[in-house]
Design a protein around this ligand. Sequence first.
Ligand SMILES: [Zn+2]
Length: 397
Amino acid sequence: MDFDPSWLLIGLPIAFVLGWVASRFDLRQLRMENRQAPKAYFRGLNFLLNEQQDQAIDAFIEAVQNDPDTQELHFALGNLFRRRGEYQRAVRVHEHLLGRGDLSRADRDRAQHALAQDFLRAGLLDRAEAALQKLEGTRYENEARLSLLAIYERSREWTQAASVAQKLDESEQASYSTRRAHHLCEQAAEQVAAGDLNAAARMLEEAVALAPQAPRPAIDTANLQLRNGDSAAAYNTLAALAEQAPLALPLYAAALQQAAVASHRAGEALALLQRRYAESPSIDVLEAVIALGGMPISPEAESADAGIAAPTATPRDGYITHLAHQPSLVAASRWLAGETFAREQFHPQVQRALDQASRPLMRYRCAACGFEAHQYFWHCPGCQAWDSYPPRRVEEL
Ligand SMILES: [Zn+2]
């Protein structure tokens, strides 16, 4: 069959027209789809600008339903609400995202994480806990565990805190052994309060094994040993700790002195305390030395204290030795309390004023947040930090 070139003349324009029509149809279709989605956006935007945020959310939700690729808008909106403190709205946005069936696994995890953040920021800790637990096995797992740990520690749920800390420790991104030892000490304290001293002893043993360098497990162990009447064991525990953690000595100097007296090792304890006092003078170690009937030995003992170590000196004059190096109102007040004034009738008034002035100086202060308390805290009630209190009183900082 011969090819007629005139067909080419007719066929080509037809093919061209058909192609053009097809392309126009596609474009129109696309424009129609695109036009529907922006309409909802603009409506939402309009509501937002008019501060009608509920309606704005509804409009944005509609936009998402029309176009499955707009979850970014929702994440942005949810985060915006959270930052503004509008947690209810942030929760609504993220819950809507989670309710969608067509969300990818990564976006679902992201929405779950965002929802947990909403609850955390809103202070709804039980709901935050549930949301965070759902993040196990996702890429937010580690962050979620840290938040869970903070929740359990804040609410003093030590068993749960211990279990999360163990998981974090096993993930080997950082060491949590000291923190886990703290959890065990807290659990042991609960057992002591409940009267189960054996369970407490087992927990403290575990704590010592976990963090042998930390002072708290040893101090708590010694206190439990003293409570059980085993002063010799308590003395050994604290004497060993004095070698290992001398900086924390002010915290356990009184317990050490008590255990030494009860186990007839006062001389040994006095030598130990005097040696540590000479290295680093502090009011707590000084008091333990005085309670043992000794005199503090300061670094320049030979020169400065020669006059005080006179035959008439009493252990209480140790406060004067201390004052020679540190202008301590606490030490001055303690010394004056045992002195006799020429006009003794005025002593109580003066003493009361001094005691009152020196009482705040005997507090401990958190180095992280500045919270002050007469009690020493391993876990700051102000900022929830661990080991943030120096073992020295405010006056000595
Ligand atoms: Zn603090």
